[in-house]
Design a binder for this molecule. Sequence first.
Ligand code: PLP
Length: 468
Amino acid sequence: MNTTPPRETTDLDTPERAQALWQKDKDHFIHPFTDFSRFGTHGCDIITESEGIHVQDAQGNRFIDGIAGLWCVNVGHGRREIGEAMAEQATRMAYFSTFNNLSNVPATLLADKLADLAPAHLNHVFYSCGGSAANDATVRLVHYYFNRLGKPSKKRIISRNNAYHGTTYMAASLTGIASNNWDFDTLDHLVTYLSEANCYRRPEGMSESAYCDHLVQEFEDTIARLGADNIAAFIAEPIMGAGGVLVAPEGYLRRMQAVCRKHDILLIADEVVTAFGRLGHFFASEAVFGVQPDIINCAKGLSSGYAPLGATLISDDMYEVLSRPQGPGGVLSTGFTYSGHPVSCAAALKNIEIMERERICDNVLEVGPYLEERLATLSRHATVGDVRGSHFMMCLENVADKTTRALLPVEARVGDRVADEAQARGLIIRPVGHLNIISPPLIWTREVVDQVVDILDQALSATTDGLR
Ligand code: PLP
C-alpha cells in the first residue's frame, strides 16, 4: 500500500493564483454533469495532487478519496510504475493505427491478458476510449452480428430504468436515469426499458424472491409484446452504479440470462464499474453472479483511470460471425483512431500487473465486508433510509421518513449537504440527488474504513442539524 505523504506545495498555493485559475475555468471549461446554478457561485475545487488514497486541492487541503476519482482509480493514486510504463511507451512509439492488419505490442498483450482474465468463452477484444464508447460500439457490433446472421429485424436493446451506460448518443439512450436525459433527445426506436431491480423500493409486502419473479415476468411480457424477432440484446450493469448502487435480488441475473437464451437475445454485461476488482474479482458477471454474458464491457478500472481506455470482450460464438469475410472490398467498418492506443494499453498492462502482484482483489474481499458492516451502523441517523451495496461499491439513500421511505424535497439538496459536510471534514464522496455514493480506491484498509465512517457519522449529524 502506498503511504507516501502528499507533496507540500503547488504553483497554485496562494489564494490569488488559485482564484485566477478558477476564473479561467469558470470562463472557458464546460464541465460535464454540472449544475450551473451552483457552479457560478461556488466555483470549483481544483485538484492538483494525488497520492495513494488521498487527493489535494490547490489550497493544500487534503482529502481521502472516497470515489476513486470516479469509480476508476482502483490501484490508488500516484503509481510511478504506471506513469513510467506510459512514458516508456510514449517515447518508444506513442501512436500508430491499429486498423486492418496493423497492431502494436501493448494492445496485443493486453487483449491476450484480458482473454485470460475474463470468463473462458470471451476471447476477443474490441478497444474504445471509455465506457460510453464501448457500449456504443457494442450496439453497432450487435446489430451487425444479427444482420450478418440474416436476422435484420433484431435491433431493439432492452435496458432498465435508472441504468447508466454513458453519454454518447446510443449510450445515453440506453441510460434509464430520467434526469440524465432531461431536454436531450434519445434514440427511442432502439431502446425499451424494464423496471430497475430496486429491493429497497420494491412493492410493499412483496418478498425478495416474489420480487425477482415479478421482474423476470416483466421481461417475458416485454418480449411477448415486442416480439423476440425484434430484440437484439439485454444490457445490464451487474450492480447498477450511478442509478443508486442497486443490488438485484438473489438469482436475478441468472434468470434474466435464461430468458435471453430462450429467445435468442444477447446478454451484454456493462462492467465498466464492477470489473477490475470493485467486487473482489477481475470480472463480476461469472465470479459473483454466475452468468456468462455474450459481451462484457469494461473501462475505468481497466487502466485505473491513468489513461482513457475501454474494452468490449466478445464471445467466441459471436466473433465467429463478426469475423466472417464480407464480399469483395468489404471490411468490418467500425473502430476509432485510438482503438488499442499503445500508451493506454501500456497503462492497463501495468495496472493489472500491480493488481495481481499486490493481490488487490483479495484486499477487497477482506476489507469490503468490513466496509459494508461499518457503513450499516450509519443507518441509526434519522435521514439514512438505506445503506446498500457490495464490497467497494456502496451507497447511502437519504430519506425524510424511514417508514414510508418518502424523500426529502429536492430543494433540501440532502445528497449535496452530506457530501459538503464530509468534504469539510476531509473526505470526498459523491452526491447523486438524494444519494451518496462511496466507491473508494481498492487499497483502503480497515483503519481507513474506521476513519471514513467517523467522518460520515459527523457529516450526517451536521446534515440532520442543518435540515431542522
Ligand atoms: N457504464 C457504466 C456502468 C458507467 O458507470 C459509466 C460511467 O460512469 C459508463 C458506462 C460510461 O463510461 P465513460 O464515462 O467512460 O464513457
